[in-house]
Design a protein around this ligand. Structure first.
Ligand code: FES
Length: 118
């Protein structure tokens, strides 16, 4: 699996997240309270707005455009029926934060109830 550098651990001393572009798609790198990191698609499943525009930390991000709410760790939208946000693997190499080019959902089947969308 291919990883690319998304930033450095030092960058996150003053902030909880940043948005990078992975193959043209916005992806948020987010620092948990315990100092570990995860990465998740940053564009809303409704109309593509930046779901991290008003994000100030915590497990939930609210899209500023129409207030769809996402659980960032799972990628699930918690107040609308929607496909989940894609999640990306993180690997720390020294001070570098490496992000997988392919989302986890392309590696293994997603634990998601697609029947809910019918
Ligand atoms: S674009 Fe995000 S809720 Fe509409």
């Amino acid at each position: 699996m291919d990883f690319v550098k998304g930033g450095t651990v030092d960058e996150f001393e003053e902030k909880s997240h940043k948005v990078i572009k992975l193959l043209g798609r916005p992806v948020g790198i987010i620092r948990r309270d315990d100092g570990s990191f995860f990465a998740v698609e940053a564009s809303c499943k409704h109309q593509g707005a930046d779901i991290l525009a008003d994000y100030r930390g915590g497990s939930i991000a609210v899209c500023p455009r129409h207030q769809w709410e996402y659980d960032l760790e799972s990628g699930r939208c918690v107040n609308h029926q929607s496909l989940p946000l894609k999640r990306y693997r993180i690997r720390i190499e020294g001070d570098d934060i490496m992000v997988s080019l392919r989302p986890m959902e392309n590696e293994t089947p997603v634990d998601y109830d697609y029947d809910r969308l019918k």
